[in-house]
Design a binder for this molecule. Structure first.
Ligand code: NAP
Length: 307
């Protein structure tokens, strides 16, 4: 089978699409015929050797996928051959950018029926990250005010939609080109980070969700009410601190239960997917150059593998 692999860490050019044996599922695993696979910033971190969770090379890149169960490993219940599923391969976020992938059954759920494989492959990590930011770590409540840094990005767009659906007042921070998009997602207030200091234009908030990091994250801390929470998924160090608020960083934990919770908002709505550039598996180098800033559409980069 074809797989997009790295044999050493480095830039997009270290990726090779090569033939490797089809893997065999062990206990708790599924062998999935991959229809489409998502590409995200963490794939670039793994390729560069900057990830704290991935194994050393050689490895097959990719974590998000949508496809069809080809074989069920021992000790798996709830899935059978032919099931259409979506999810994440494993806690090391590797193995999805290939014609077949081994997937932990506990990180998988039935594919939302309304979505195509390409749309479904765009969802798992970013939607579950947004869900956990808001509900697990932010413990968001109806009518609270939430500031979302990077609200037009892939995690941010889900965070806005989930917060609006949960009845929060959403203040989005985005670039000039994304102001209309952030409004369309349901943001009550949209602040353009390229037009001035967003922190001077916003009222205080109960919760900050950070997908940007750096100085933007530092500056957002001043907007938190006493007792508020800053939830960041960008990096743990150094996490900005203020004595009367809580700051937290976490790595996403994609589970079947969380995927099902997301599916329940995707199938009937109101949640919508944000697919951007779609490329064949063989053009994964281009996808990784897009992660590094090469021109691409807004939304998730997805590799079309067998659709
Ligand atoms: N810890 C975890 O488990 C976990 C899970 C998922 C993702 N992540 C991390 O979360 C981050 C976001 O991921 P993503 O997939 O959502 O990336 P993304 O789609 O590239 O989104 C990032 C967004 O931030 C915007 N942005 C850049 N600078 C900004 C600023 N100063 N103020 C406001 N917005 C700004 C970007 O817009 P422009 O076009 O204006 O630059 C873009 O829309 C990445 O660092 C990723 O590695 C972590």
């Amino acid at each position: 089978m074809k797989a997009a692999r790295i044999h050493s860490f480095g830039g997009p050019d270290v990726i090779v699409v090569e033939d490797v044996p089809r893997p065999v599922p062990s206990a708790g695993e599924l062998l999935v015929r991959v229809a489409a696979a998502g590409v995200g910033p963490w794939d670039a971190l793994i390729r560069e050797g900057m990830s704290k969770v991935s194994p050393p090379p050689p490895l097959t890149l990719g974590s998000d996928l949508s496809g069809v169960v080809e074989e069920v490993g021992p000790d798996v219940t709830g899935f059978k051959e032919g099931d259409e599923i979506y999810g994440v391969t494993n806690p090391q976020f590797c193995g999805a950018n290939a014609e077949y992938a081994i997937v932990s059954a506990k990180m998988t759920a039935p594919r939302p029926r309304r979505l195509t494989h390409v749309e479904a492959a765009s969802v798992p990590v970013v939607a579950v990250t947004a869900w956990q930011m808001l509900f697990d770590y932010g413990t968001a409540e109806t009518k609270q005010r939430v500031l979302i840094l990077g609200a037009a990005g892939n995690v941010g767009s889900y965070a806005v939609q989930l917060a609006v659906h949960a009845g929060l007042h959403v203040v989005s921070v985005v670039g000039t080109k994304d102001v209309a998009h952030a409004r369309a997602l349901g943001s009550e207030t949209v602040l353009d980070y390229q037009a001035g200091r967003f922190e001077d234009a916003a009222d205080s908030v109960d919760l900050v969700l950070d997908t940007v990091g750096g100085e933007t994250r530092e500056r957002s801390l001043n907007l938190l009410k006493t007792g508020g929470v800053l939830v960041s998924v960008v990096s743990a160090d150094p996490l900005p601190k203020r004595s009367d608020v809580r700051s937290v960083f976490f790595y996403v934990e994609v589970t079947s239960e969380r995927l099902i919770a997301v599916s329940q908002l995707l199938d009937p709505g109101p949640l919508t997917t944000q697919v951007g550039s779609v490329l064949p598996l063989e053009e994964i180098h281009t996808a990784h150059k897009m992660l590094a800033g090469a021109p691409h559409k807004r939304g998730k980069i997805v590799l079309r593998v067998a659709t």
